[in-house]
Design a protein around this ligand. Structure first.
Ligand code: NAD
Ligand code: UDP
Ligand code: UDP
Length: 338
């Protein structure tokens, strides 16, 4: 009865799982959920450049068509406005599952929607992966470690997370997404990969998404004071987006499930970050202290030994090298606003 029900629900259930090779175009067919966002759009650039066919699935909550407009007209590119909380039928070889707001301001905007995206969205993409035999990659987060009691964080650390706080829709949501991913792997034989991404910055971040690097850069360019939350002694480790994209592809193509930390171990206090932004943009930039948000992790730094050994990956771009590349993009967009 179950099978009959499935056939009704998914008419293509009877189709062969793999398209015969002589019918297949060269290159892989890849879905990128959240591909209109910051990280996703850079990933799409890389996949299209190497010759794959890419379908972006995005509801444009925080993503923008502008991030992908340079691919419109490319026959190997397709953009679907769709919310991953709803089921979808597609035929592909790989699924990069990024759909989820990443900035605290965005994910706290509608917490119920955020947790639905993490749980139901991930479930749907895993169901899709199971039906078509595709490999599935989850972009999880360093937030699964919560306010960590271990420093730096290794993948073996189980975390220190508040299950009922304002951040829980995101960090507990991603923890559940990791659980679902492993359950579909063990229980349904889906090929899976899990990345735990640490703070990442670069061109195409939303100008006002509230994350610290985008805030400081936009503020310094607009000649506004840089807002430091709390005492500014909390730390983060900042990764440039091209390093992350290389890591995601190495993980998807490699033999190991993970989870893998993908981040740059260079650790900065928020006051040190403000100094680097000052040096890069405007030596006269000022800072202004503001109250911090609840449950803000005190420190965060990845241990990337595992990714180095098993994926032969490590970040190449330092904060001082990466910031100027982001600044030119922000400068242009801030001028366009005027
Ligand atoms: P982003 O907000 O720029 O991109 C997220 C994309 O997902 C947007 O295009 C948005 O419109 C789309 N989206 C959100 N909810 C959706 C839904 N229900 N259905 C369809 N599309 C939806 O964020 P980002 O920085 O590019 O992050 C991408 C992924 O990486 C996220 O899963 C995030 O949790 C993870 N991550 C990012 C960072 C970081 O520092 N950027 C750190 C850790 C993890
Ligand atoms: N799903 C989907 N596309 C597919 C296959 C499944 O969106 O091609 C969704 C489906 O609607 C379900 C979820 O993925 O909500 C989990 O699917 P699975 O087959 O694992 O579970 P079931 O349908 O048996 O509950
Ligand atoms: N932060 C800050 N000023 C800002 C925005 C953020 O000092 O304008 C701090 C925030 O309190 C946190 C750190 O910067 O300690 C990183 O915050 P972000 O929102 O970028 O990412 P998170 O790592 O918290 O997800």
């Amino acid at each position: 009865a179950l099978v009959v029900q499935r056939r009704d629900k998914f008419p293509s259930f009877n189709l062969p799982r793999r398209v015969p090779t002589d019918l297949k175009k060269p290159g892989l067919r890849i879905v990128v959920t959240g591909g209109a966002g910051f990280v996703g759009s850079h990933l799409v650039d890389k996949l299209l450049a190497r010759g794959d066919s890419v379908i972006v699935v995005d509801n444009f909550f925080t993503g923008r068509k502008d991030n992908l407009v340079h691919h419109f007209g490319n026959p190997r590119f397709e953009l679907i406005r769709h919310d991953v909380v709803e089921p979808i039928l597609l035929e592909v070889d790989q699924i990069y599952h990024l759909a989820c707001p990443a900035s605290p301001v965005h994910y706290k905007f509608n917490p119920i929607k955020t947790i639905k995206t993490n749980v139901m969205g991930t479930l749907n993409m895993l169901g899709l992966a199971k039906r078509i035999g595709a490999r599935f990659l989850l972009t999880s987060t360093s937030e699964v470690y919560g306010d960590p009691l271990e420093h730096p964080q290794k993948e073996t650390y189980w975390g220190h997370v508040n299950p009922i706080g304002e951040r829980s829709c995101y960090d507990e949501g991603k923890r559940t997404a990791e659980t679902l991913t492993m359950d579909y792997h063990r229980g349904a034989g889906v090929e899976v990969r899990i990345a735990r991404i640490f703070n990442t910055y670069g061109p195409r971040m939303c100008l006002d998404d509230g994350r610290v690097v985008s805030n400081f850069v936009a503020q310094a360019l607009r000649k506004e004071p840089m807002t430091v939350y709390g005492d500014g002694k909390q730390t983060r480790s900042f990764q440039y987006v091209s390093d992350l994209v290389d890591g995601l592809v190495a993980l998807m193509e490699g033999e190991h499930i993970g989870p893998f930390n993908l981040g740059n171990p260079g650790e900065f206090t928020m006051l040190e970050l403000a100094e680097v932004v000052k040096e890069t943009i405007d030596p006269s930039a000022r800072i202004e202290f503001k109250p911090n948000t609840p449950d803000d992790p005190h420190m965060r730094k990845p241990d990337i030994t595992k990714a180095k050994q098993l994926l032969h990956w490590e970040p190449k771009v330092s904060l001082r090298q990466g910031l100027p590349r982001m600044v030119s993009d922000f400068q242009k967009r801030i001028l366009d606003e005027k």
